[in-house]
Design a protein around this ligand. Structure first.
Ligand SMILES: Nc1ncnc2c1ncn2[C@@H]1O[C@H](COP(=O)(O)OP(=O)(O)OP(=O)(O)O)[C@@H](O)[C@H]1O
Length: 293
């Protein structure tokens, strides 16, 4: 797809009762970039991620994902409320009912966007490779009937899922741990497994929520290299939330800064580092804390 932006977020608003978590958030993410969403604690970063990935239905605004050769409205596939205009067009009404009944974050994933979470969410009692196979159940042909009959297409889908799992295990350097329980891996290895699991769903963009949290400096450096590999060798756009400013400035092509639910700056690392609004937001966030951008 030739469209320059893989993601276009316009006037995004998210309210939780009286809390205005996001107010008029607008930004674009370029295809093939590593981009970061930063800001002090409570700025609204995870809320943006939850809206992008379909875990929250935004209160207002639009999110367009241009992947897999088509454009997907994330807000629409989650199932919007009915409006008067729906009843003027049968096609529109049927589509609205379809998304109301069968819509959800799985459709955002199918449209080409995958994510990891701030708190690791692996199946810790399952093996490493099983975690990757479970992630692919939406892609593979695994209907009950084809499974019982063990059809050729079912076997082929199983084989492909296994090949894909081992392919990504190699990329994240976990092949030798494939039969270990996920819960037995070190924290850094579990974070890498989460990335492999997300990549097994063949996304064009992956959203990483604080991937370096809890990692030591050498693990953080290895993670940064892996993120570059995703961008450079696998044509994957990466959008991350990260508090490790060294890593953010080191790997990002583009940075969006949020504060109190609003975008206060956008640009390359050099612009962001010296932006007075950004420095003030970080200094104001933790009084007395040293800030180095
Ligand atoms: N499910 C929710 N219900 C109510 N309020 C919420 C919910 N999720 C987020 N908020 C509020 O929205 C605001 C933004 O929170 P969010 O977690 O998005 O910030 P953040 O930038 O990701 O913070 P951190 O860096 O600490 O993870 C906060 O005031 C938070 O309390």
């Amino acid at each position: 797809m030739s469209q320059e932006n893989i993601l276009e977020v316009k006037n995004l608003v998210m309210h939780f009762g009286g809390i205005k978590a996001l107010n008029d958030v607008t930004f674009d993410i370029k295809r093939g970039s590593v981009s970061a969403l930063i800001g002090p604690n409570g700025a609204g970063k995870t809320t943006v991620f939850n809206c992008l990935t379909g875990f929250y239905k935004a209160t207002g605004g639009s999110i367009m994902l241009h992947a897999g050769g088509k454009s997907t409205s994330v807000v629409k596939v989650l199932g919007q409320k009915f409006s008067a205009a729906d009843f003027t067009s049968p096609v529109r009404l049927i589509e609205r009912i379809k998304y109301k009944m069968f819509g959800g974050s799985h459709l955002v994933n199918r449209a080409g966007l995958a994510r990891t979470f701030q708190n690791i969410r692996l199946f810790k009692e399952m093996s490493v490779v099983e975690n990757l196979l479970v992630a692919q159940h939406m892609l593979a042909n695994r209907s009950m009937v084809s499974g019982i009959l063990n059809t050729a297409s079912f076997k082929k889908a199983e084989e492909e899922a296994l090949q894909r799992a081992f392919y990504w295990l190699e990329v994240v350097h976990l092949t030798e741990f494939s039969n270990r329980l996920a819960g037995e891996l070190s924290y850094g290895q579990q974070r890498r497994l989460e990335i492999a699991r997300a990549m097994c769903t063949n996304p064009e963009i992956i959203c990483l929520d604080e991937p370096a949290a809890g990692l030591n400096p050498s693990e953080t450096e290895a993670l940064a290299s892996m993120i570059r590999v995703l961008r450079d060798n696998h044509n994957t756009t990466v959008l991350l939330i990260e508090h490790d400013m060294g890593m953010v400035m080191n790997i990002s092509d583009y940075i969006v800064v949020l504060d109190h639910g609003e975008v206060i700056a956008k640009g390359g690392p050099d612009d962001i580092k010296t932006n007075p609004k950004v420095i003030a937001a970080y200094l104001g966030a933790e009084e007395g804390e040293e800030v180095s951008l």
